[in-house]
Design a protein around this ligand. Sequence first.
Ligand SMILES: [Zn+2]
Ligand SMILES: [Zn+2]
Length: 312
Amino acid sequence: MNLIDTDRVFATPRTSATEGRIVWAPGKSLWTLTHMAGGLAAIVVFPSWGGVAAFLVLSALTLCAGHSVGMHRLLIHRSFNAPKGVERVLVWLGTLVGMAGPIGMIRAHDMRDWHQRQTVCPPHPSHGAGWLRDAWWQMHCEFRLTHPPRFVVEAEIADDPVYAWMERHWMAQQLIPAAILFAIGGIGLVLWGVSLRIAVSLIGHWAVGHAAHKGGHQGWEVRGLPVQGYNLRGLGFLTFGESFHGNHHAFPHSAQLGVEHGQVDPGFWFIKALEAVGLAWDVKRPDSEPAREGLARVRQSLHAESENLAHA
Ligand SMILES: [Zn+2]
Ligand SMILES: [Zn+2]
């Protein structure tokens, strides 16, 4: 079978994109369960408004500035440029989300993207299973290909000593916020600001990824692919713009995810704020690169037809 290569994933003559097994990943599974238990303990044993505040502030900071902007839009897609120091801080905040280190996040993202660009996409990378089974697969297992492709990260990231340190000790990075929270409010505040935040982030990330490949609003489709992305209306604020996943499939290079009228994109507001103070430049929009192959406007309704790209 002819396999499509991407920027970082290259098929070898033996590579098969479909032949493989879904296996339990003990480290990841125990990590998820531990923080779910810790998060539950925060609510039941240590209820406090200070805990709620620590959870909200640290969740917003790590998910918006870290995961969405630092890891996804900057490190993975290079949808804008920033000074190295700023990039490292944002990527570190993204590591604090508690999903993986920088290289692990790029691998997870790019392998899924590679799978979704082939003629046939297996049920693990396409979120093809029902929600309960998919939750088990995504948060406790991994899809191990029998003959995987080569995964090559550019030297700028692979040889960066700071990223290598974050990658090696991505779980231990939690000790930094944990120490600060412990000094302020003891073990209860640590459970709110670390465990509950990680548990909610992992579940939220899975739920958005699952739903955004199942159905929803679509401004554009990418014809000829087995998997489509969809926009989850009304979740822009809560997901910092990442819920507009249909737009992301249409314009993967774009720093702006909420591109149509009414699509709230706080991650992009943050990038615009960085740009305003000179800490971000070359910020890409949907029309900054030629349209990807197969891209076609979806005509949802008469009302939607009149809408064009909203250049905020
Ligand atoms: Zn992406
Ligand atoms: Zn997708």
